[in-house]
Write a protein of this length. Structure first.
Length: 193
């Protein structure tokens, strides 16, 4: 039980780190650490072999996005959206944390989850949606989608443990990463013209 709390606090730190960091290297590194927390909270409901699929898939998605960014000439794009300040992002993230914390006990009661698992899933969903709402860069959008999907996977793991669902969610994660890699490559080739 205490390890679930540690994993949830790791997810909280990772979600804040991804939202506040501007460097793509840090974002992908923190996303890889986030998948360690996802692995542990999914492991609370699934066997370790099935939960490790989440970890490996997440790391593969990080590797695909990282290789694309390394080979890209678009190294540090400027954020073009309005809310650029770290203070605004911190305040918005704090609101997302409070909302997910308030909803976690009710979700835990409905689905029979432990509180840290419910809060970890809702936290990642809310932070991923927040990330999607304040960024327009392809890499940051894909990271927001992967974060929201990871939160969904934590909650869904407690409800369903079929191998086919595990494989389908792994394919969706890798598909998002490859779509993001394609968008980054297309953006780089468009700027080269």
């Amino acid at each position: 039980m205490i390890l679930n709390w540690i994993a949830t606090l790791l997810l909280l730190a990772a979600a804040f780190g991804i939202l506040l960091s501007r460097d793509w290297r840090w974002n992908l590194g923190i996303l890889a650490v986030q998948y360690v927390g996802v692995f542990w909270l999914v492991h609370a409901s699934w066997p370790i072999a099935a939960a490790s699929v989440k970890l490996v898939t997440g790391w593969m998605a990080c590797a695909a996005l990282g290789m694309t960014m390394v080979n890209s000439s678009l190294q540090s794009p400027a954020e073009s959206s309005w809310p650029q300040g770290r203070l605004f992002r911190s305040f918005a993230a704090g609101l997302a944390v409070l909302i997910s914390l308030a909803m976690a006990s009710r979700l835990a009661g409905w689905l029979g989850l432990s509180f840290p698992v419910a809060w970890g899933g809702l936290l990642l969903i809310s932070m991923g949606i927040l990330h999607l709402g304040i960024s327009a860069q392809p890499l940051r959008v894909i990271i927001g989608l992967l974060t929201a999907l990871a939160g969904f996977e934590i909650i869904y793991a407690a409800v369903e443990n079929a191998s086919l669902v595990t494989a389908a969610l792994a394919v969706v994660n890798l598909g998002l990463a490859l779509a993001g890699a394609y968008m980054l490559t297309a953006e780089t080739s468009q700027e080269a013209k």
